[in-house]
Write a protein that binds this ligand. Sequence first.
Ligand SMILES: NC(=O)c1ccc[n+]([C@@H]2O[C@H](COP(=O)([O-])OP(=O)(O)OC[C@H]3O[C@@H](n4cnc5c(N)ncnc54)[C@H](OP(=O)(O)O)[C@@H]3O)[C@@H](O)[C@H]2O)c1
Length: 331
Amino acid sequence: MSHSYKWGILSTGKIANHFAEGLTLLDAADIHAVGSRAIGTAERFADKWSITNAYGSYDELYNDKEVDIIYIGTPHNLHYQNTMDALSAGKHVLCEKAFALNANQARNMVELARHQGLFLMDAMWNRFQPWYTKVQEIISSGVLGELIHFKADLSFKFDFDPQHRLFNPDLGGGSLLDLGVYPLTLASAFMGAPDVVHSTVHKCSTGVDDQVTMILSYPEGASSELASSSRYTSKINPALFGSEGSLEIHGMIRSGRLTLHLPGKDPEVIEVPYVGNAYQYEAQAVMDMLDQNKLEHPLMPLEETVANLQIMDLIRKNAEIKYPEEHEAVI
Ligand SMILES: NC(=O)c1ccc[n+]([C@@H]2O[C@H](COP(=O)([O-])OP(=O)(O)OC[C@H]3O[C@@H](n4cnc5c(N)ncnc54)[C@H](OP(=O)(O)O)[C@@H]3O)[C@@H](O)[C@H]2O)c1
């Protein structure tokens, strides 16, 4: 029987609700407190998820001595400060994607976690779902042969709203940090670190990207073709192409099915069902590491998070996209 952990949820938005729902499935997780900018939203969230402590500020959540782990579900521009504050208060942290606005912020977050001896992880929840484990098994089995190409496009058409966090530079907007981070992170998981990154970017009137295409190439001659956009919806599944076969992943964020294509054989559909809303897997992964006194998860290493942010920094730099926080700083 594993140790039980008291979670604090920071913010009460869409994803914080999904995460709370996931936590309810875990025996070892006690949703102890929620912190919001306003007491009314905190109390409504607490009622909905049967949480004992509702706070009308984030500071009260950091200062709750009983909280072990804080989950951060705020817009991108706040991830850095929220994480630094939570770590400074002695809390382990699971921080939503995109983990930070840029690699410099992420490096500081990692440094503080290590200095404090606290767990920190990028909430790349798809890495902890059953389909991801199965893909890694298939790759390791060698059935695909040498991996040559990965293709993934995470795009959803959104109505333009300059205040929405997807378009608002003050909130760390842009399709790259919101959507493109998924194909990019999967590419790093399956293909490794690229040595060359090419990109094309389209910007919307607020100055952030609303469409990005990325071509990554790797030292041994493999490549990835990745995209994110808020201008169209893509229904194309991610796919890995190897010298001996290919693998289609039915969904990129949350999936329950893969199709293996081998020459001369019928396509093989592989069911990899998930339980609940699948957010509980990443939360369990955090607690599993804490049970083992580990401060980082081998499936989502912090150095990889920093490296992916470096790629996003480069893409934004080439497109001359800076967030307000970055105008004074060199990224
Ligand atoms: N893992 C996933 O599947 C997934 C899916 C969607 C989004 N995300 C990520 O989750 C994070 C939040 O996304 P979301 O869709 O949940 O956003 P959301 O619905 O807008 O919620 C964000 C929450 O952050 C807090 N907040 C603090 N300052 C804010 C500000 N200036 N403007 C707006 N909200 C502010 C608010 O909570 P309080 O008022 O309670 O403080 C708000 O409810 C982002 O990092 C996003 O990329 C992850």
